[in-house]
Design a protein around this ligand. Structure first.
Ligand SMILES: [Zn+2]
Ligand SMILES: [Zn+2]
Length: 90
């Protein structure tokens, strides 16, 4: 077995995954992971306000997929993601 060759092909596969765009990712079984989580009310523990959206989370299965609309900071006071809490999806 040629380990060197094997490593190269794995690296190539990983680069392919990185180059994938969000539109392709839907075919990778996103239904059951946090990529497909619902929008809802986000509560900010810092300013006690809430707003609609999703907290930004990096999916372990699809780390290459980034959702630009996800909230990384509070829309009102700009608090970091650690102060944002998702409430139940509506
Ligand atoms: Zn995912
Ligand atoms: Zn806030």
């Amino acid at each position: 077995m040629n380990f060197n060759k094997d490593n190269k092909s794995k690296k190539y596969l990983r680069q392919l995954a990185v180059n994938k765009k969000v539109s392709d990712a839907r075919q990778d079984g996103l239904e059951n992971c946090i990529c497909n989580r619902k929008r809802g009310l986000i509560f900010c523990a810092s300013c006690q306000k809430s707003f609609m959206g999703r907290t930004a989370e990096r999916c372990a299965a699809h780390p290459e997929v980034a959702y630009l609309m996800d909230a990384r900071n509070c829309a009102f006071c700009g608090a970091a993601g650690k102060d944002l809490r998702m409430t139940d999806p509506i």
